[in-house]
Design a binder for this molecule. Structure first.
Ligand code: GRF
Length: 224
């Protein structure tokens, strides 16, 4: 039997890279249909770069600070690196930098992000505190396609966690992060299996998704 080619991922990080690690771990399973070909960071000392290096993945970093030509020129350089890596899908995993509209256009339908809230609630930064301040009883995370408007774009998957008495932003963030680590590799698998489609209204459908798969993503749902 011929070797089935895997979806090639470029993962962009700015920080510790625990989501990157979850994806690296998923890719280590021989039957996982994706592989990371590039880890990129705008922070030269991002912990995620070290995780990439340890896993034997090509890592690159370009500081955005003082980059000549501003955001557009910076993003053009990042796109060139991604192109050179041969990546099919760009995965933003704690990439704490607004991407330019031309970057979004260049990677249209091939650019996904994870955000630690149940979008469309709580876009932007400091979302755990915002959720606590709003008194919501459930919080969670969202994986979505990226469009020019920040933290918008077709929602592919979400996972829900309860807000518990005594939570602060840190404890809530930890509970949500655990779910991020479950849903991001699952979404990448779906995309690699060509099972994700978006209709004209921006509604995402996952083909042949069964209840057990959704239970895998969201423990709130019992498998049938
Ligand atoms: C995650 O909460 C992610 O949702 C947000 O930034 C955080 C990154 O964490 N966009 P890590 O670097 O993956 O640990």
């Amino acid at each position: 039997m011929g070797k089935v080619s895997k979806l090639k991922l470029a993962v962009l990080v700015s920080g510790g890279g625990s989501n990157l690690q979850a994806i690296i771990d998923a890719c280590n399973a021989s039957d996982y249909p994706a592989e990371i070909v590039l880890v990129f960071s705008n922070q030269l000392d991002a912990g995620g770069l070290e995780r990439g290096r340890k896993a034997g993945i090509r890592t690159e970093a370009i500081s955005h600070k003082g980059y000549p030509g501003g955001r557009e020129a910076y993003d053009t350089a990042v796109s060139a690196l991604i192109e050179e890596s041969g990546a099919d899908l760009v995965v933003l995993a704690g990439y704490l930098r607004l991407v330019s509209e031309s970057f979004v256009t260049r990677w249209k339908d091939k650019l996904i992000n994870i955000h630690p809230s149940l979008l469309p609630s709580f876009k932007g930064l400091h979302v755990h505190q915002a959720a606590l301040d709003a008194g919501v009883k459930f919080a969670g995370c969202t994986v979505h396609y990226v469009v020019p408007e920040v933290d918008s774009g077709p929602i592919i998957a979400q996972a829900v966690v309860p807000v518990l008495p005594g939570d602060d932003a840190g404890t809530l963030a930890q509970r949500i992060l655990k779910q991020e680590h479950r849903i991001y590799p699952q979404v990448i698998r779906w995309i690699a299996e060509s099972r994700v489609s978006v209709d004209a209204k921006g509604i995402v459908t996952v083909a042949d998704a069964n209840p057990a798969e959704f239970a895998e993503i969201n423990p709130a749902i019992e498998p049938a």
